[in-house]
Design a protein around this ligand. Sequence first.
Ligand code: NAG
Ligand code: NAG
Length: 479
Amino acid sequence: MIQGFRFQQATSKIFYSLSLFQVLFTLQAFGQEVIPTKDKNQIKFAFGSCNKFTPEQQSEIFDKIALQNPDSFAWLGDAAYIDIRKYIHYWEPDPSEESIKRKFDNVVQDQHYKKLLQTNAKIIGVWDDHDYNMNDGGKDFEGKYIIQRLYLDFLNEPSDSPRRSNQQGIYVSYYLGEEKRVKVILLGELFIFYLQRFQIFQFSLLTNYQTDVRFNRDHRRDPNPTDMLGEAQWKWLEQELSDKSVLLYLVASGTQVIPDDRFFQEQWYNPSRQRLLQLIRDKKAPVVLLSGDIHQAELMEMPCSDQYLGYSLREITSSGLSFTNTEMTSIFPLFKYIVQLGVPPTFSSHQIDRYLERNYGMVNIEWNNTDIMSSTVQLHIYGNITLAPVLAQEFKLYDFHPNPEKIKEIIDCPIYNLTPTQRKAQNFLVLLQKYDPAAIIVALLGGLLFMNLFKFMKALFSACCRGSQNEINKKIKKD
Ligand SMILES: *[C@@H]1O[C@H](CO)[C@@H](O)[C@H](O)[C@H]1NC(C)=O
Ligand SMILES: *[C@@H]1O[C@H](CO)[C@@H](O)[C@H](O)[C@H]1NC(C)=O
């Protein structure tokens, strides 16, 4: 059961019992769940978002995820579309608990999803807006305590789980891999260093943190939205990122974290992004970000982040398990062009780092038992056809660890000299050259029309039927 450790013959027994003791103690003391690996030489962490946009959308992609036989699968939002679409892009919360349950049950009983469940992959997750029951919803959504209970029911969260009693959100963290149990709080940093150094045994420490970007989020339409997480969650994250024994943090968020120049999509508010970056820097934490939400897949790198963090910050987005932007093209022709207009190449390039069809993501780690820091970290996106990745980047563990020599006091980063708006404009000009200009212009005009139509319909709705957030809240309470 204690996998991945290298024992020296003479000392193995001592360490074995020490480890066992630590396991028990750690589990008792911290209650943080460990997700065991199926193969002691690697970790296979799968994730995805945006499932079942409409009842007609099928989720065959889960057959493929099941074939990957991952240790775990993480929902990064929109596991089901709970809120009700009234018109193109206008949604209202579903006021009926019965109906919410039914929608979550539809997912759990889906024949394809069941195949994944049968592999014994541990299913974990956090919500984004649609499974929070409020499109673009935030902290002012009063139905949040109800959906908290129902969402955690969907995940089969135990009745005594702290996630249920937490009044500040459903954020959570896990250890990936059994070795991780020895979260060597008992031993202290120096001792770990000694053990690693002399390879008496190795620590394969990896953690997945799932942040809740809904429960305490300032609403997008607030006059000055700044916060994504809320103070309690910030404190928690700070504490979690302080653990020096962790070799890699997978920090997950429904909403994309590093982009700041997107039109249509939600993104982290600037002050929160800054705060997160500073936290990672202060804690010298080795982090890879995971996200969902945008109905296409992307592998991203934050320009010049190495000057700030000592390594390059990366984010892997997988979105569109059963519905993607290209499929919107059947609703509105050329939609996929418009979407690319809204996604400048600051963080990923159009051609190489994006995938527009149905997809899921995986972070695969293969341990190198002679040199743990040389272990391989793969960031992969897979489509629904084969088991080979459609987007792939490969790193070593040390690529995510701060190199103090890279850190600069003054950061020289030409791309950030451009404002987000300037970058959007530049992207438009580049795409104009790349694609057929006529197609782009038609797409753009169509898009404007589409957006205006949508705004118009929304205005109409709020004038006649929607009312304010307060009224929606009242309505939910009544129901
Ligand atoms: C794969 O996804 C595409 C859309 O991206 C869809 O049209 C097709 O039916 C899917 N195929 C399978 C086998 O799931
Ligand atoms: C492990 O890392 C060492 C040092 O970087 C390298 O020489 C060796 O080939 C690696 N082993 C494997 C199995 O990748």
